[in-house]
Design a protein around this ligand. Structure first.
Ligand code: FAD
Ligand code: NAI
Length: 468
C-alpha cells in the first residue's frame, strides 16, 4: 500500500512538473528565423480547423508563410453550443493565432483582414481590413507563390427573406454571444410587468430550425440550462418555456445510425423538446415563422428566439473564385472542386481544404483537420523536390474516427468505427467519452485547462443568468 501511495505521489509530482514545463514553454517562445526572400511564400487564408492543422504541421524552415483571416484566433467549434448558455465561457474555446505562429521556427506574418479577391493569373490576392478600427491603409494586394484556401463556409439560408434579419446562426463566437443575450432578453421581457399571456407564450418559445448536429446540440444545451438553472431563478416562468426543433426530413441527425436517431428522439421527448419532422420553414418574420407541416398545411409558429442551423453554403469569395475557374473545371455550385492532392481544379499552385471545398466527405472538423495535416506533407514533399530529392506522395485518404453528438441531460451519442463495422452507443458513459474526446482534441493545454475549469465552475455555481 505504501508503494502504491509513493507511485501516486510521484505521478502527481510528474504531472504538475510536466504541466509547468508546458506552460513555461508556451509563455517563452524561442527566437524565430526571419522571412527569407530565397524561399517560396505560402499565403494561407483562414484560421479555422483546416488552416491551423496545416500550419501546426508545416515545416516553416522550408517556406515563408503569410496568414490572412478576419479572425485572429482559432475557434473550437464542437463546444460552441455549450457557450450559448454559459456552460463554457467564450474565450475558453478561442486560441489566439499568435500563440501558434510565434512557436513556428520561422516568423509567420498574420494580417487580420478578409481576402476579397483571388487572381490566379497574376498570383495575387486582395485583402481588406474589415475591423472597426482601420489605419491609413486598409486595402492592399499581396502576391503568393502558393495559395492555400481554407475559408470555411457560410450559413445556408436558401435565400429566404428574413433569416439574416431575425434569426441567430451558430457558427462564430459572436453568434453564441448573440444567442445567449437574446435568450435572457426573451426571459426578462416575458417577466415584464403585466405582460400579456400571448406574449409570454411567444417570448418563451425557443425555435431551432434544422435537425442536424448543430440544431440538436443547441436544443440539448438549452434544455439543460432550463432544467438546471432557469427553473431555480425563474420559477414563475419556467413552465411556460418551450423548445421546438423543426426539421424538413423525416428524422433528425440523418448521419447517425437509426438506433441513435430513435434514442435521440426519445430523449428529446422525455426532455419536453418538441420535434417537428417533415416540417419545412417557408417564411421568416420578426415574431413568427411559417412552416409547411407533414400534412402539407401552412402553419404559423410564433417565437421569441429563432436559431437557424440548416447547414452550409459557399462563401462569396469561394463563389467568385469558382466563377473565375469555371473554364478550368469548377462546375459545382456547392464548393471548390479539388483533386486528391488538395489542388484546386483549374488553378496553378492553389490548394483548398475544409468546408470551402466540395468532396465526397461531410463538411466536418475531422475532415478539415486531416486534409490540413495531409497538405502539410504535400508541402514537405515539394520542399524535398526543390532540394533535388525525387519522392512521390500518395493521394489523400480520409480515416473516419466516428461521429459524436451531445443530446442533453448528460447523455451523448456516438457512432464509432470498430473492426470493419460500426458500434452505436448512447447514454451517460458516452457523455463522459464525448467530453474526454473533445478535451483531448483541443489544440492547447491552456484551452483544456479553461474548459475543464468552466465545467467544474458551472457544476458548482450553476450557469450565469445575467444578460450581457
Ligand atoms: P472554419 O473552421 O470555419 O474556418 C474558416 C476560417 O476562414 C475562419 O478563420 C474564418 O474567419 C476564415 N475566413 C472566412 N472568410 C475569409 C476570407 N474571405 N478571407 C480569409 N479568411 C476567411 N465538426 C466535427 O467534426 N465535429 C464536431 O463536433 C463539430 N461540431 C460543430 C459544432 C458547431 C456549432 C459547428 C458550427 C460546426 C461543427 N463542426 C464539427 C463542423 C466544423 O466546425 C467545420 O467542419 C470546420 O470548422 C471546418 O473547418 P474549416 O477550416 O474548413 O473552416
Ligand atoms: P446539416 O446540414 O447537418 O443539417 C441541416 C438540417 O437542416 C438538415 O437536416 C436539413 O434537412 C434541415 N433543413 C434545411 N432546410 C430546412 C428548412 N427550411 N426547414 C427545416 N429544416 C431544414 O447542418 P449542421 O447541423 O449545421 O451541420 C453542418 C456540418 O457540421 C455537418 O457536416 C455536421 O456533420 C457538422 N457538425 C458536426 C457536429 C458533430 O459531429 N457533433 C456538430 C455540428 C456540426
Amino acid at each position: 500500500l505504501r508503494a502504491l501511495k509513493r507511485i501516486i505521489q510521484l505521478g502527481a509530482v510528474g504531472a504538475v512538473g510536466y504541466a509547468s514545463y508546458v506552460v513555461y514553454q508556451n509563455r517563452h517562445p524561442t527566437e524565430q528565423k526571419q522571412f527569407d526572400p530565397s524561399k517560396r511564400t505560402i499565403v494561407l487564408l483562414g484560421t479555422g480547423w483546416g488552416a491551423v492543422s496545416f500550419l501546426k504541421k508545416l515545416n516553416t524552415d522550408d517556406f515563408n508563410v503569410i496568414i490572412v483571416s478576419p479572425r485572429n484566433y482559432f475557434l473550437f467549434t464542437p463546444l460552441l453550443p455549450s457557450c450559448t448558455v454559459g456552460t463554457i465561457e467564450l474565450r475558453s474555446i478561442m486560441e489566439p493565432i499568435r500563440f501558434i505562429t510565434r512557436h513556428k521556427s520561422r516568423n509567420v506574418k498574420f494580417y487580420e483582414s478578409e481576402c476579397t479577391d483571388i487572381d490566379p493569373e497574376s498570383k495575387t490576392i486582395s485583402i481588406t481590413d474589415v475591423s472597426d478600427i482601420k489605419g491609413a491603409v486598409s486595402n492592399t494586394t499581396i502576391p503568393y507563390d502558393y495559395l492555400v484556401v481554407a475559408i470555411g463556409a457560410d450559413n445556408q439560408t436558401f435565400g429566404m427573406a428574413g433569416v439574416r434579419e431575425h434569426a441567430c446562426f451558430l457558427k462564430e463566437i459572436w453568434d453564441a454571444q448573440k444567442i445567449r443575450t437574446r435568450l435572457m432578453d426573451c426571459v426578462e421581457s416575458a417577466g415584464f410587468a403585466s405582460q400579456t399571456p400571448e406574449e409570454v407564450s411567444r417570448l418563451l418559445h425557443m425555435v431551432v430550425v434544422g435537425g442536424g448536429p448543430t440544431g440538436v446540440e443547441y436544443a440539448a444545451e438549452l434544455h439543460d440550462f432550463l432544467k438546471d438553472d432557469l427553473q431555480i431563478w425563474y420559477p414563475e416562468l419556467v413552465d411556460k418555456l418551450r423548445i421546438t426543433l423543426v426539421e424538413a426530413l423525416p428524422n433528425v441527425l440523418p448521419m447517425f445510425s437509426s438506433q441513435l436517431i430513435q434514442y435521440t428522439e426519445r430523449t428529446f421527448k422525455q426532455n419536453n423538446i418538441e420535434v417537428l419532422t417533415k416540417t419545412m420553414v417557408k417564411e421568416v418574420a420578426d415574431k413568427e415563422i411559417k412552416v409547411m407541416d407533414a400534412n402539407k398545411n401552412m402553419v404559423s409558429i410564433p417565437y421569441g428566439l429563432l436559431v437557424w442551423a440548416t447547414g452550409n453554403c459557399p462563401r462569396p469569395l469561394a463563389r467568385k473564385l469558382m466563377a473565375r475557374l469555371k473554364e478550368g473545371g469548377q462546375s459545382s455550385p456547392r464548393g471548390l472542386l479539388i483533386d486528391e492532392y488538395m489542388r484546386v481544379a483549374g488553378a496553378q499552385d492553389m490548394y483548398a481544404i475544409g468546408d470551402c471545398t466540395f468532396t465526397k466527405y461531410a463538411p466536418t472538423a475531422q475532415v478539415a483537420t486531416q486534409q490540413g495535416l495531409y497538405l502539410a506533407s504535400v508541402f514537405a514533399n515539394l520542399a524535398r523536390i526543390e532540394r533535388g530529392e525525387n519522392r512521390k506522395i500518395s493521394p489523400f485518404e480520409y480515416t473516419h474516427q466516428g461521429s459524436l453528438a451531445y443530446i442533453g441531460s448528460d447523455r451523448a451519442i456516438a457512432d464509432l468505427p470498430f473492426l470493419n463495422g460500426n458500434v452505436s452507443v448512447g447514454g451517460v458513459a458516452t457523455y463522459v467519452f464525448w467530453r474526454s474526446v473533445y478535451i483531448s482534441n483541443m489544440f492547447s493545454f491552456r484551452n483544456r485547462f479553461l474548459v475543464v475549469g468552466d465545467w467544474v465552475k458551472s457544476r458548482i455555481f450553476g450557469r450565469d443568468v445575467s444578460r450581457e
